[in-house]
Ligand binder design. Structure first.
Ligand code: ADP
Ligand code: MG
Length: 700
């Protein structure tokens, strides 16, 4: 592609720009900036107002501002830990402030010495006696540099080794060139006219270098016309890319599968419960999909405990009865193991194999052999299912559980698991994606425009909502007493340990310490421990013991978030609950309330609880409805984190915001239809422009 379009200005490498050599170009790649077009579409994420000076005396805590003053005196101070700070006391006619530097060299120290006139930009924070600025940007004022920025300053997403100044410099060069009409505008004229959008070049210029009388508030809310045009284009590009990906998959053949009424009835009869109406409805939708020789692409959404697994099992039944294979992929080993146990119950031991990263050597080879020979129809596993060397004989269905933990990329890579049937036709598997992240429908339809959508909007009968209480860790002893009482009365409990650190090792160590403490404190209670660094076998043993009531209190890391199903457990304590996201807390809480007993969840926090923390805790206390929790979660955290798209690139948005810009969704869909019909030639370039390298996943 690079070659064909090599002559176009926008596809030329950044190295044609002044001051960009191979080394800098290499660093820019980390920001997905390869060519001129990428520079243009690396958009500011916010704007700073350096167009006017703020009197020091009127600064508010938390305010970002440009100030000027004279250094009154400077001193080096040592903190308790032996850390050096340079404190520089700056004042103007209205007041004084302290500039604090942790890193400084001799020449900076000279620049910041008494008598210097400085202009600084930074955030005012509360200090010991005065307001302070930590590491403000500063310059010494001389007569030559007194002029103030006339425009709002764009702030670009940056990365290590690539600073704002560089990003500003290169965008400046490119902006100067695009005025000469180099850039193609792919948005159909009729669409531009309909919404009275500015043309592409003016929109880009105004977003990169806002006009001086542009309102900073509007800019930071992304509500200027120029921004709206660009975010519309971006949403459109994503929509087109997902639709294209769907069309490409559906161009393939899939195995037509049907399930006889008799087989279905026999399976349902052996279940220990009655399917809910919602489960039946979704099963019907799935069976209708896989009947056709076209690949199913369906997302099943259902709150924790709504019974998604058995729905997948019915689809699996159709596959097994037809003599084909199905794979079920889970995000964690514990969950994979749990599914394995369930499927063994439903389909018999010989029909199922469990494949995880822990399988090595001969055992792994035997399992791989069972997959490639077709001896085993049901394969359950983790990411390990993707590894090289994993080959299926005739994979007709792929079920992905808790999809939000898998990247979109992985989902797209699934189609490589195709096989060729007896007639030489390439068959791709049907795809069923199950998620407990109950995202609002409109959002789901946009983020997963490539998927059909089913909801299990009903919990099995007899479930009692979990009572949630929020307690300070100062009341830990009360909580421990409560556990003692519950366990003495024959109930079981979870104690979930969390840590801020990403490190799994630390997480597990913390859980070990807690388990020891609780064992010492709760003499009559049998305490078990499960964490991510234990061997699969060990974990399974512990969970089995918990299931068999040999363990009363299970201390765990968040590994138990999904997949552990012990109906007799009716109490859950989550330590440092304020550190976890709402969706994760809801998911954890879903481990209790699975039986007939009234269950409770204690969210224990480390005081003081921030305002945001309070708000989040009270949402969980107020509702057990996963949809409501998810909506709030979206508001508070943004969709990237909630949907797990932040790391995966596909929905990594540059300017649009899938919550804020929801009002554009319907319009974007109309425009996508129009473009595919009337301007098919513009589809690919538009996708490439906005999704950059990510579009390679669409063309697998
Ligand atoms: P999730 O949707 O969270 O994956 P599961 O499939 O793990 O839920 O089901 C949760 C529990 O509810 C399991 O013990 C399962 O056997 C049980 N279950 C599923 N469907 C029903 C039903 N219709 N009635 C009663 N219990 C059910
Ligand atoms: Mg589940």
């Amino acid at each position: 592609m690079e070659d064909k379009q090599g002559d176009n200005f926008e596809y030329q490498s950044v190295q044609v720009l002044n001051g960009i050599g191979p080394a800098v170009a290499e660093k820019l790649k980390r920001l997905e900036i390869y060519n001129i077009q990428d520079v243009l579409f690396h958009l500011p994420m916010r704007y700073e107002d350096r167009t006017r000076l703020t009197p020091i005396g009127s600064l508010q805590q938390g305010q970002q501002a440009l100030i000027e003053g004279v250094v009154h005196h400077s001193e080096i101070k040592f903190t308790g830990r032996g850390r050096r700070s340079l404190l520089c006391h700056l004042s103007d006619d209205s007041g004084a402030i302290v500039l604090r530097f942790f890193h400084f060299n001799k020449s900076q120290q000279n620049n910041l010495s008494a008598g210097s006139s400085l202009r600084c930009f930074g955030e005012a924070r509360r200090g010991a006696s005065h307001l302070e600025m930590f590491h403000p940007e500063y310059q010494r004022l001389t007569r030559a540099n007194e002029s103030i920025e006339p425009r709002l300053t764009p702030v670009y997403p940056k990365t290590e080794g690539v600073h704002q100044t560089l990003l500003k410099k290169i965008s400046e060069q490119v902006l100067n060139k695009i005025n000469q009409g180099f850039l193609m505008d792919w948005l159909p004229a009729s669409v531009q006219k309909k919404y009275i959008f500015p043309d592409l070049v003016s929109a880009l210029c105004s977003v990169h270098r806002p006009h001086r009388n542009e309102d900073p508030v509007h800019l930071n809310q992304c509500s200027t016309k120029a921004q709206q045009r660009l975010l519309f284009e971006e949403l459109l590009a994503h929509q087109l890319s997902l639709l294209q990906s769907r069309a490409e998959i559906q161009n393939n053949a899939a195995q037509a599968l049907s399930l006889t009424k008799k087989d279905y009835a026999a399976f349902v009869q052996r279940l220990s419960f009655e399917l809910t109406a919602a489960q039946k409805k979704v099963i019907k939708e799935i069976l209708a999909d896989i009947k056709a020789g076209q690949p199913m692409l369906r997302l099943v959404q259902g709150d924790v405990g709504s019974g998604k697994t058995v729905v997948a099992a019915v689809a699996a039944l159709a596959v097994v009865k037809g003599g084909f294979q199905m794979a079920l992929m889970a995000p964690t080993e514990i969950l994979a193991e749990q599914h394995y146990v369930n499927f063994k119950n439903w389909f018999g031991k010989d029909s199922c194999v469990l494949l995880t990263g822990k399988d090595k050597g001969k055992k792994r080879e035997q399992k791989l052999e069972a997959l490639s020979s077709g001896d085993c129809p049901i394969i359950i596993g983790t990411h390990a299912l993707f590894q090289a060397g994993v080959n299926f004989k005739n994979l007709a269905l792929l079920v992905v559980d808790e999809q939000h933990r898998f990247g979109v990329h992985q989902r797209l890579a699934l189609r490589e698991k195709a096989y060729t049937d007896n007639h030489g036709v390439r068959i791709v598997p049907h795809q069923l994606i199950m998620t407990a992240t109950p995202i609002p429908r409109s959002l789901a339809m946009t983020a997963y425009a490539d998927l059909d959508y089913s909801v299990i909007d009903e919990l099995p009968a007899g479930r009692k909502p979990v009572t949630t209480v929020v307690l300070s860790s100062a009341r830990r002893n009360d909580v421990i007493q409560r556990i003692e009482k519950a366990c003495e009365g024959g109930e079981q409990a979870y104690w979930v340990c969390t840590l801020v650190e990403e490190s799994e090792v630390l997480q597990c160590q913390a859980a070990e310490v807690t388990a020891e403490q609780l064992t010492a404190e709760l003499k009559k209670v049998s305490v078990g421990l499960v964490h991510g660094r234990m061997k699969a076998q060990e974990k399974q043993t512990i969970i089995r013991q918990f299931k068999n009531r040999e363990i009363d209190l299970l201390v765990a890391t968040t590994v138990i978030e999904v997949g552990v199903d012990v109906p007799n457990a009716s109490l859950m304590v989550i330590e440092n609950a304020e550190r976890l996201g709402l969706a994760q807390l809801h998911q954890l809480r879903g481990r209790v309330g699975r039986g007939q007993k009234q269950s409770a969840c204690v969210l224990m926090y480390q005081p003081p609880l921030s305002a945001n923390g309070k708000q989040r805790m009270s949402i969980l206390r107020a509702t057990n409805d996963g949809f409501k929790v998810a909506e709030k979660d979206l508001e508070l955290r943004g969709p990237g984190e909630v949907l797990g798209t932040r790391q995966t690139g596909l929905m990594q948005l540059r300017i649009a915001d899938i919550v804020r810009d929801e009002n554009w969704f319907d319009e974007v869909k109309v425009a996508a239809g129009l473009m595919m019909e009337q301007h098919p030639e513009a589809v690919q370039p538009l996708i490439r422009r906005w999704l950059g390298k990510a579009d390679r996943f669409v063309n697998v």
